[in-house]
Design a protein around this ligand. Structure first.
Ligand SMILES: [Zn+2]
Length: 279
């Protein structure tokens, strides 16, 4: 696989050895020296680990985590953990897993990356302490403000954010109240806008209905004038299609159909004829 020099990467060290072996002792030493904690699991997808071979993988840094990584598409779209082993329930003495050596670029990306505990938004080297997206959230409560503190991803996995309450910057509460006020005003303005549009649409819709009713009335009057009054109880107008239909209640006889078609094709110069159906 090819990687750019600036591309954050991981070097995977895959292993399969016996639990008490010198090889495993050395692996544990190296993984711990890298600061990793072992994740030893019953695999959700058995054999997933077979896809992870020793080698270098490019890491997608769009979203970073404290102890796991997404490889790029070119590197197989894998989820790699710092140090990972799959439990084999039939063999308690062997250890199958891998540990990851992070490139300096990936370490630097992790140093830079901070995350909001409320919405999960990530920021690189933020100069502000709090997530700006969340301050105006209508669901945010004043006693949840510490969730918005931007914490380095390294500290974020499993972090107890309630311990961060003391790190809330001065003036945070005032900024929160200001932002909540702005957001509430913006929501109210949007609501007014929607309601106003709806109010105007009431009249527009009524105008359309009147236009349709006038058209239907004109057709009825033209039919009466043309001597077709006895067919009107068997006529319907479908406003959504803009079409009239004779025979919707009771099917027309061939003779009635001929009479209607002939008369309507003459009526008002045949204006209505294309919009009339016969059943
Ligand atoms: Zn946020």
């Amino acid at each position: 696989m090819t990687t750019k020099t600036s591309q954050p990467t991981i070097r995977v060290h895959r292993y399969a050895c016996q639990v008490g072996s010198p090889e495993y002792t050395e692996i544990k030493r190296q993984a711990k020296a890298a600061g990793h904690k072992l994740m030893r699991v019953y695999p959700r997808q058995p054999g997933y680990i077979r896809k992870v071979r020793s080698g270098t993988y490019a890491i997608d840094t769009k979203h970073l985590f404290g102890d796991q990584y997404n490889t790029t598409e070119d590197s197989g779209n894998l989820r790699l953990h710092d140090w990972y082993e799959e439990i084999n329930p039939h063999d308690d003495d062997s250890r199958v897993g891998y540990w990851c050596e992070l490139s300096p670029e990936l370490e630097a990306a992790k140093d830079a990356r901070h995350v909001c505990g409320y919405c999960g938004a990530q920021y690189d080297n933020p100069t502000h302490h709090m997530c700006r997206r969340c301050l105006g959230s209508p669901y945010l409560k004043a006693d949840e403000l510490h969730m918005l503190l931007l914490v380095p991803v390294r500290e974020s996995s499993g972090a107890d954010r309630s311990a961060l309450v003391g790190r809330l910057p001065d003036g945070m509460r005032a900024a929160f109240e200001r932002e909540q006020e702005h957001a509430a005003e913006a929501r109210k303005a949007a609501e007014i806008q929607r309601a106003t549009e709806h109010a105007h649409s009431l009249v527009e819709n009524a105008r359309d209905a009147v236009t349709q009713a006038e058209y239907e009335r004109d057709f009825h009057l033209a039919c009466i004038k043309a001597g077709l009054v006895r067919f009107l109880s068997n006529l319907i107008y479908y406003t959504h299609k803009g079409r009239f239909c004779f025979g919707w209640r009771e099917s027309l006889t061939d003779e009635d159909r001929d009479t209607l078609q002939a008369t309507i094709s003459e009526m008002q110069g045949g204006d209505f004829a294309p919009f009339v159906d016969y059943k």
